[in-house]
Design a protein around this ligand. Structure first.
Ligand SMILES: Cc1cc2nc3c(=O)[nH]c(=O)nc-3n(C[C@H](O)[C@H](O)[C@H](O)COP(=O)(O)O)c2cc1C
Length: 158
């Protein structure tokens, strides 16, 4: 059994819709996969997630809004809570990021990447940044991200 953990934060629903799309893509891929390995999908908001979830996960997808040129406060709180309990214990595991932003998003990406670099995870997907209104194109990319991770874990190739 493998575990795919998606941890996100959202205040006004856009990043939550992206997280739902990631989860939907993952579930669809798992329904279709004739996989040897079972994959459990765990979807949690940042305040509800902790080090035990990260330690139990074989892959991690993070989602945050960009606020004031940085990740959201609750995503930072999550990373502060998990960093030291997980440091040195999850090296090499795949991860990816999606960001709900107004007109930029790069500050959220770089702030999360700086911290995750210290955990020595392996980035397996370009960050997805949604600017302005959430478009079907971005929703599709989020679904594809979830599907890629879920299918990769199921097939043992991620
Ligand atoms: C307090 C605050 C600060 C923000 N700062 C930024 C910013 O620095 N850069 C940006 O592109 N968008 C910024 N935005 C816009 C949000 O990133 C955008 O509305 C995003 O979709 C919110 O995600 P959510 O709907 O998941 O809460 C800010 C919004 C708020 C409320």
């Amino acid at each position: 059994m493998k575990t795919l953990l998606v941890v996100y934060q959202s205040r006004s629903a856009k990043t939550a819709a992206m997280a739902e799309a990631v989860a939907r893509g993952a579930r669809r891929a798992l329904e279709q996969a004739e996989a040897l390995t079972e994959v459990e999908l765990v979807l949690k908001r940042a305040p509800e997630a902790g080090p035990e979830d990260v330690l139990a996960a074989d892959a991690l997808i993070l989602g945050t809004p960009e606020n004031f040129g940085y990740m959201s406060g609750l995503m930072k709180d999550f990373l502060e809570r998990v960093f030291y309990p997980c440091e040195g214990r999850i090296e090499g595991r795949p991860w990816a990021l999606f960001v709900g932003a107004g007109q930029d998003g790069r500050g959220a990406v770089s702030s999360v990447e700086r911290i995750v670099t210290g955990l020595r995870l392996r980035r397996r997907h370009e960050p997805i940044i949604a600017l302005g209104e959430l478009t079907p194109e971005i929703v599709g990319r989020c679904e594809e991200l979830g599907a890629t991770f879920a299918a990769g874990l199921a097939a043992g190739v991620l």
